[in-house]
Design a protein around this ligand. Structure first.
Ligand SMILES: [Zn+2]
Length: 323
């Protein structure tokens, strides 16, 4: 049996191909993809490559679908049930796994990077990586669990507490989810974005406004944003490095004396743990974090190039892809 899938064989190009549908092995399930979210990381992965990418590869790390076949020794999941796939496969034994940070596992294998992802009609995932979608929750809302999980991880590392002022650089899909989730946690978010249209949607403020924050999260790959965020930290403030930077821009001057005298913290955030997926689905189901109004485009996989251009030029909000 064959399926349609987007395959990246070399950095900078991709094609919609007919490929063999895999057989689920022991402890694995075959999932019929209902919807896959497109994110900025996919654009980066396809156009310029990514640290964790292994080729050839079917991308797509934000997947919701229906279990259609179980391999051997799969318990607790029924054929036909709707599931969200936590994109990581982790060892469960290393020091990161043991402290609940599977995303930093020494042997981490990410769907869409190290193994094939959801830009396809079907995807195979280990049963340990799937999370049932709560009854009645639509696939196109549940698929926000992945980006929201990454935001929850960042907010956890930012130690956002009640009434904290949270500055969020970037009002794209990630920045918007960060702001909404920060508010759900009792924080007072402000979105900082040079794009007045996005700022209006996010209820944000322009850059360089001189505000100070208890937590700053940079959700835009901009060196200037990082410099501004560093200068906007309150005493005991936390700066979360949420977005990566281009290799040539990636070294910044940081005053260690400022960190010292003001007891400030710099902390990185990359991906999410399994438990963040469970939390994210709960936030979406309960409506604590609204996501539906963030969908700007629904497109077929055959329109991926057009979708990537929309992301590239920041012309949409969240794009969902349908196989
Ligand atoms: Zn591990």
């Amino acid at each position: 049996m064959e399926m349609s899938a987007v395959v990246v064989r070399q950095i900078g190009s991709f094609a919609l191909e007919r490929v063999q549908i895999g057989e689920p092995g022991d402890h694995e399930v075959l999932i019929k993809v209902e919807v896959t979210g497109l994110c900025r990381t996919d654009l980066k992965l396809i156009r310029v490559g990514h640290r964790d990418l292994r080729l050839p590869r079917i991308p797509g790390e934000e997947v919701v679908g229906l279990v259609c076949k179980k391999g051997k020794d799969v318990a607790g999941v029924e054929v036909g049930s709707r599931v969200y796939v936590y994109p990581g496969v982790w060892c469960g034994r290393c020091s990161s796994c043991l402290r609940g940070a599977e995303n930093l596992c020494r042997e981490m294998r990410i769907m869409g990077f190290h193994r094939d992802g959801g830009f396809a009609e079907y995807v195979i995932a280990p049963s340990s990586s799937i999370i049932p979608v709560p009854e009645g929750l639509a696939a196109e809302q549940a698929v926000f669990a992945e980006p929201l999980s990454c935001c929850l991880n960042a907010l956890e590392l930012a130690r956002v507490a009640e009434n904290d002022r949270v500055g969020i650089w970037g009002a794209g899909p990630a920045g918007t989810l960060l702001a909404r989730a920060a508010r759900a946690l009792g924080g007072r978010p402000a979105s900082i974005d040079p794009d007045s249209r996005r700022r209006a949607i996010a209820g944000g403020i322009p850059p360089g406004c001189g505000d100070a924050f208890d937590a700053c999260i940079v959700a835009v790959g901009s060196r200037d944003a990082y410099i501004e965020a560093l200068g906007s930290l309150n005493p005991r403030g936390r700066l979360v490095v949420f977005s990566g930077l281009q290799p040539l821009e990636n070294e910044l001057p940081v005053s260690f004396n400022d960190l010292h005298y003001h007891e400030q913290t710099l902390v990185g955030a990359y991906g999410c743990s399994f438990r963040h997926g469970v939390q994210a689905l709960d936030c979406i189901r309960s409506g604590t974090v609204a996501v539906k109004d963030m969908i700007s485009h629904r497109m077929g996989l055959d329109r991926l190039e057009e979708a990537l251009r929309i992301v590239e030029h920041r012309q949409g909000m969240k794009i969902l892809l349908y196989p």
